[in-house]
Design a protein around this ligand. Structure first.
Ligand code: KE4
Length: 431
């Protein structure tokens, strides 16, 4: 059982100066209880906390660390930039062209791309662009999906909003909320109903093509293609929010895995390699509406800064050079199989959803295909499970409605250790 003395002291102090003691709500351990663990060092698949306890890391900074943290090539590239280039100029730099060209080569939907500093900036900008391009106001999102904390998205949102039981946020005006419609994930009829009720008013449909903020929910076969067809028929901009699943489930993201090409794609996490980077891009005809070429305004002081792009570029180059995806799939299957063997031994029918190296163990025996089936999970049992795993040195997302990420640095021994801990934690969580 790790001693969390220093973490507890720091958390008490943090709460004096920072709302809830954290700079992002889902870190606060609210839904699992207990004290958030203050990390002091990350290396590869491991984290070390301020009390000196080490953990196997399955959060990976919420997705960026597909290669593990502090990858030697990325740290070397950052050192070079710091010594020889600089952190930010607020001017165009060559690296911006390099990453834009590379992204357009890798991601099927990208003909042009704009760099920003977070996933939220990417999704906010993509929706504003779709509204500007179509001249329409409404958007359709999916209950439980999370697209960052932009006002238009905090309506039946996932991730931390769902974790805290506040999927709708105060502060979002009625005018904004009325332009956001929520459909049911994996239910094309629910989308068609909204489209028909709002004929000619829908600017965009935005979806996580692999939902990762309601736990992990794969799109059912044919669902994404049906969305594509509907958007083509209705002149609606189809936006794939690949902030989490992009470069995670495949180098070209979910759109390359499923063979469905959106009009716009939003990106983040992995393309920053642990530094703040987001991006949105897609069809040239749409992207040409972005200022200063077009009239849809979007801007950012630190967009495309040399330091963040260095980490992002090096990450992408490693993914291209080393193609970690087959090995990530092999490791993910080991973990999934180990967990399901444990569930069988214990006579438990909990549900596991997985796409590539992102997965979720739901504490429910109901197949999880959308928000309403995800929330049948027993969050109290999940909380006990979480703490038992933490006590055994396994750091998971402190929420039932988040994903578990395997990195290229997790070894088979690490996976075996995790499977053993999973058995003990399932016992501890109670039948
Ligand atoms: P950021 O603004 O947090 O960089 O990205 C927002 C975002 C947009 N789209 C998707 C699909 C996302 O998953 C996210 C952010 N993901 C959460 C984790 N589920 C970030 C963790 C947090 O909020 O602290």
């Amino acid at each position: 059982m790790p001693q969390l003395t220093k973490s507890a002291e720091l958390f008490e102090k943090a709460k004096k100066f920072i709302p809830g003691g954290v700079n992002s709500p889902v870190r606060a351990f609210k839904s699992v209880g207990g004290t958030p663990v203050y990390m002091a060092k990350g290396s590869g698949a491991y984290l070390t906390d301020v009390d000196g306890n080490t953990y196997l890391d399955y959060v990976g900074s919420w997705g960026p660390f597909i290669l593990g943290s502090m990858h030697p090539r990325i740290t070397a590239a950052l050192e070079y930039t710091l010594k020889n280039i600089g952190t930010s100029f607020g001017t165009p730099i060559e690296m911006e062209i390099e990453i834009a060209e590379l992204l357009c080569k890798i991601v099927p939907s990208l003909e042009m791309v704009r760099m920003v500093n977070s996933g939220t900036e990417a999704t906010m900008s993509a929706v504003r662009l779709a509204r500007g391009y179509t001249g329409r106001d409404k958007i359709i999102k999916f209950e439980g999906c999370y697209h960052g904390h932009g006002d238009s998205f905090l309506i039946k949102a996932g991730s931390g909003a769902l974790t805290l039981g506040a999927p709708d946020s105060p502060g979002v005006t009625k005018g904004t909320a009325m332009d956001t419609l929520n459909a049911t994930y994996n239910d094309i009829d629910s989308v068609k109903l909204l489209v028909n009720e709002n004929k000619g008013q829908i600017a965009a449909i935005i979806i996580e093509p692999v939902a990762g903020n309601t736990g992990v929910i794969p799109a059912k076969p044919g669902f994404l293609a049906a969305l594509r067809e509907l958007c083509d028929q209705e002149g609606i901009v189809l936006i794939f929010d690949e902030v989490m699943c992009g470069f995670r489930v495949a180098l070209g993201g979910a759109q390359s895995l499923y063979g469905v090409t959106p009009d716009l794609t939003t990106m983040g996490k992995i393309i920053g390699g642990g530094l703040p980077v987001g991006a949105f891009g897609g069809k040239r005809e749409i992207m040409e509406r972005v200022a200063p070429l077009g009239d849809v305004y979007q801007a950012g002081t630190l967009s495309g800064n040399p330091l963040a792009l260095t980490a992002g570029l090096e990450t992408l180059k490693i993914l291209i050079d080393e193609n970690p995806y087959p090995e990530l799939e092999r490791k993910a299957v080991i973990l999934e199989t180990g967990f399901s063997d444990n569930l069988k031994k214990l006579g438990l029918n909990y549900v596991q959803n997985r796409v590539g190296s992102m997965s979720c163990l739901f504490f429910t025996d109901t197949p999880v295909v959308n928000y309403s089936t995800a929330v049948t999970a027993d969050t109290k049992k999940h909380g006990k499970y979480f703490h038992s795993m933490l006590d055994q040195g396994i750091y998971l997302a402190p929420s039932q409605f988040e994903a578990m990420f395997i990195s290229f640095m997790h070894t088979d021994e690490d996976l075996e250790k995790t499977i053993k801990a999973n058995y003990n934690a399932l016992v501890a969580s109670g039948k």
